[in-house]
Design a protein around this ligand. Structure first.
Ligand SMILES: [Zn+2]
Length: 509
């Protein structure tokens, strides 16, 4: 007796359909599995056989052969347990013949006959819908996640018994999840008003969030760099449903969705430790998994102690920052992960942290230079804004912050205005924010007044700028002008943008 059940395996962020063929025949009792399987998939044999036994479903002593097709794709994960079990149950007459035709099945089976969650369900349901499947059967624990995809009936099951009941009665339902409602109830995170003083740092954060510019914060320990970075997601626009789906899919494949609310509705904020390995940062492994840079997609990647990171990790950031994606090559092929991030780097200006305050800093010039030069010029060129933070004075520390205009709410209103202007201006373009503007587009969108142009020319000579450096200034000046609602870049906008550039020239000479 031969049966075939549809399932899927994950490659990168994509689900690839896999046919699970099960043949149950007379002959020497046994179990064999073929079809380019990882050891995780192979273990299905023991789980499925014991689960069927413990669910008190009588299994006659027969020869079982399982083939996962196509054979040239490597299968991984534990999601094949359930389709294998379903195929065996159908072949032995416990499920109606062809009852699973056009139904995608995925789930891990426990020894007790229970069905457990698997990674990447969202991508699989999406693929099922694309392929025109009539329904999906997923673990109950993954049901909420699967329901993000509408217009395809889905059943969530928690045991093999339920599988039999569901297939017999065809009780898959098509309920659309009300993600919009959940979106409104989310908490806002920490507030900028918690930070005393630090106006230049907050201003830089506002600019970074308004135009999606990568930001580098330099300052002594305790000057609020981490606090500023952590509050930037609160200034970014809310995720659209499409973006939310994209992020949920990434976290689903990584197996990192929260259990209660398995959706990503807020922009991510990732802050890996500086000792992070290049692989954990970029993604990879034998079966490629998204790294921190992809987990921060559409949100903020905060790297504290920036120069303390390994050279490989730092240099690895360059290409994804430029392209918005990262390619991972493995023996079994290549896969691509998205990396559209807002990078926020934070660093001390020298090993002790207090340079250029010579009263407190005792580092030699060589030490300072060696420390700073860990950040290479090409990487520095990808950080549009370089801002200095300083330790708050007593006066700043004791001020009443309720009066300040530097609260997240007020800053968000300004950022929102700038986002709207950019959305309108770039509606015909492939990029959406000033920070993502390619050099070819700069002359089209960054129109300057003559006095602003002169300022840039002077800075070009005075600071010894490169063409790339000039483009950085123009992009930031565009955002400063957008925050003012100005169509043209005026002198004062240019002056502020040049200020962020001369900041890094002050350190990196
Ligand atoms: Zn020092």
């Amino acid at each position: 007796m031969y049966t075939c059940v549809l399932s899927a395996t994950i490659q990168g962020l994509e689900a690839v359909p896999v046919k699970v063929e099960v043949d149950v025949s007379n002959g020497l009792p046994g179990f064999s599995m073929v079809g380019s399987l990882t050891s995780q998939v192979r273990e299905a044999e023991d789980r499925v056989r014991t689960a069927i036994h413990n669910a008190e479903i009588a299994m006659p002593p027969k020869r079982v052969t399982v083939n996962l097709s196509p054979g040239d794709i490597q299968k991984n994960g534990t999601g094949f347990d359930l389709p294998i079990a379903a195929g065996m149950l159908e072949a032995m007459g416990y499920l109606p013949q062809d009852g699973l035709k056009g139904v995608l099945v995925s789930g891990e089976v426990g020894l007790d006959g229970g069905v457990r969650s698997v990674k990447g369900i969202l991508a699989m349901v999406l693929k099922a819908k694309e392929c025109g499947c009539r329904a999906c059967i997923v673990p109950k624990a993954n049901l909420k996640e699967a329901r993000m995809i509408d217009n395809i009936p889905i059943a969530g099951i928690s045991s093999l018994e339920e599988l039999i009941k569901t297939v017999k009665s065809k009780t898959w339902t098509c309920e659309k999840l009300q993600v919009d409602q959940i979106n409104q109830s989310q908490d806002e995170g920490p507030d900028f008003s918690d930070i005393r003083g630090q106006i230049p740092g907050k201003r830089a954060a506002l600019l970074a969030a308004s135009g999606f510019h990568n930001l580098l914060l330099i300052g002594p320990p305790g000057s609020g760099k981490t606090m500023i970075a952590g509050r930037i997601p609160g200034l970014l626009p809310k995720l659209t449903l499409e973006e939310s789906l994209e992020l949920t899919r990434i976290y689903s494949v990584a197996g990192m969705l929260p259990e209660e609310q398995p959706w990503i509705l807020k922009r991510p904020f990732r802050s890996p430790h500086h000792t992070i390995s290049p692989q954990a940062l970029a993604g990879g492994g034998r079966i490629p998994k998204p790294g921190e840079i992809t987990l921060a997609h559409r949100g903020v990647l905060f790297l504290d102690e920036f120069p303390e990171m390994s050279r490989t990790s730092l240099e690895l950031l360059r290409q994804p920052l430029e392209d918005g994606k990262i390619w991972i090559s493995r023996i079994n092929g290549k896969c691509c992960f998205p990396t559209e991030i807002l990078l926020v780097g934070a660093m001390n200006p020298c090993p002790c942290g207090y340079y250029p305050d010579r009263n407190r800093c005792s580092c030699s010039v060589t030490q300072v230079n060696r420390y700073l030069n860990k950040i290479s010029q090409p990487l520095l060129d990808r950080l549009d804004i370089c801002a200095q933070t300083s330790i708050s004075t007593y006066g700043e520390f004791r001020t009443d912050v309720s009066e300040t205009e530097w609260t997240t709410e007020k800053m968000r209103q300004k950022a929102q205005m700038a986002h709207q202007i950019q959305q309108e201006r770039y509606k015909e373009e492939t990029f959406r924010f000033n920070g993502e503007m390619s050099p070819e587009k700069i002359s089209k969108y960054c129109t300057t007044r003559p006095d602003a142009e002169k300022l840039l020319k002077d800075a070009f000579i005075r600071l010894g700028l490169s063409g790339r450096g000039c483009n950085r200034i123009l992009r930031v000046a565009r955002t400063v002008a957008d925050l003012e609602g100005s169509a043209e870049i005026k002198e004062e906008h240019m002056a502020e943008a040049i200020g962020y550039r001369s900041m890094d020239k002050q350190y990196w000479r």
